[in-house]
Design a protein around this ligand. Structure first.
Ligand SMILES: [Zn+2]
Length: 391
């Protein structure tokens, strides 16, 4: 798409889940959406998609493409510590080149699955060039953990282009020195910073008592945690005490949160992301989306890595929520996968809806019901099988 004005005529255009237009034209020029109208424009090239539906690209706000290479060798029906040990052991037998090649394939695979922006975590730092070369927007995070004193490559925090950024992530509160956590957050400033937060029971136990199986695991690996600022009353309280909660933090998982924790996250405008299929596979527990919504949090969706879930498809994640949460409407699920995800990655000016001014890259779905009533539900159930990018 370039400086020629094009008008995509489709049976349905999902501008947002609450604004679905029939027999309309999506008009684009210079890679931007100009407007949407029911009137046939006379000055544009018309592209007929009469029996199709147009919708925004999806957002996967949390994954680890660098783990794709090891995923075929991992079983996730084990306890969390054995899973971590397996990942570490298998990683040692995989070459850097394999990790990079597999990540490149994964980025293309994500795009083919209808994903336009990603929050991708890399501990190794190996996959940055592959992200830069990929079609995806969003943020690639270099992740830190352990007792390193300071962040060594703050200079890497930068924008590749509008909506495509390199930044830093904190692995978690239970794996990272308090000072390093603060230093990473300070280094990222107004850029996005990601963290796994309140993910599992061992984390909760360690943060609140400095005891338990996670303590034993750190002891076995010789990691000293004496001067970490623990214990605390909850992971969210600890994060608050460290001063890292703000609108530039992307908090992922939030499985072990009470109402008051969600309220704190809301008060600090923290971006939230949930990965339900991974949570079920690794922790046999699901995030409480109802409670999050009651506290006015609007979570994004992530899949986490192929080491803990069956696919990186956000269509699959949406379908899983539709099948497993009876009180969450399909419109809310669709919002999680689109506008909530775009907001969480700070690309809401470019993606997340098909409104004027956004980038003219969107999905054409081979679904065309006569009425719009069930269209979102149908897309969630079937959409992932029949998508095509228009760009
Ligand atoms: Zn993760």
């Amino acid at each position: 798409m370039n400086n020629i004005k094009k008008a995509y005529y489709a049976h349905w255009i999902i501008v947002t889940p609450y604004k679905i237009l029939k027999n309309s034209y999506l008009i684009c020029k210079n890679n931007k959406i100009l407007n949407i109208t029911g009137q046939k424009p006379l000055d544009a090239e018309i592209i007929e998609l009469a029996d199709k539906t147009l919708m925004p690209g999806l957002i996967n706000a949390h994954t680890h493409t660098e783990l794709s290479a090891i995923a075929p060798h991992i079983k996730y029906n084990k306890d969390f510590i054995s899973w971590i040990e397996d990942i570490k052991r298998i990683k040692e037998n995989i070459s850097y080149e394999q990790i990079k090649q597999s990540a490149a394939k994964t980025y293309q695979g994500l795009y083919n699955l209808g994903c336009i922006a990603v929050g991708d975590i890399s501990t190794s730092g190996l996959t940055k060039e592959e992200f830069i070369d990929s079609k995806l927007y969003g943020t690639w995070f270099k992740e830190y953990l352990g007792n390193e004193n300071e962040v060594d490559n703050c200079q890497e925090i930068k924008a590749i282009k509008q909506g495509k950024n390199i930044s830093l992530a904190i692995h978690s509160l239970y794996s990272t020195h308090s000072e390093l956590i603060k230093s990473i957050k300070q280094s990222t400033g107004k850029n996005l910073c990601s963290i796994h937060l309140a993910e599992h029971s061992l984390e909760l136990e360690f943060i609140t008592s400095k005891k338990g199986k996670w303590k034993e695991f750190l002891d076995s690996r010789g990691l000293i945690y004496d001067d970490w600022q623990l214990p605390n009353t909850s992971p969210i309280n600890y994060a608050q005490n460290l001063g890292i909660l703000d609108e530039n933090l992307l908090a992922v998982h939030l499985l072990y949160c009470k109402d008051e924790d969600f309220k704190i996250l809301k008060n600090f405008n923290v971006n939230t992301c949930i990965c339900p299929r991974s949570n079920l596979n690794l922790h046999n527990k699901l995030p409480d989306i109802n409670k999050m919504q009651k506290c006015n949090l609007n979570p994004a969706l992530g899949t986490d890595s192929l080491a803990s879930t069956e696919s990186l498809s956000i269509f699959d994640e949406m379908k899983f929520i539709l099948d497993n949460y009876k009180n969450i409407s399909e419109n809310k699920i669709f919002e999680m996968a689109t506008i909530n995800g775009a907001k969480s990655l700070k690309v809401q000016n470019l993606f997340g809806t098909l409104e004027q001014g956004k980038i003219a890259k969107f999905l054409c779905v081979d679904i065309c019901p006569t009425k719009p009533d069930n269209i979102i539900k149908e897309i969630i159930k079937e959409g992932g099988y029949s998508i095509e990018w228009i760009e």
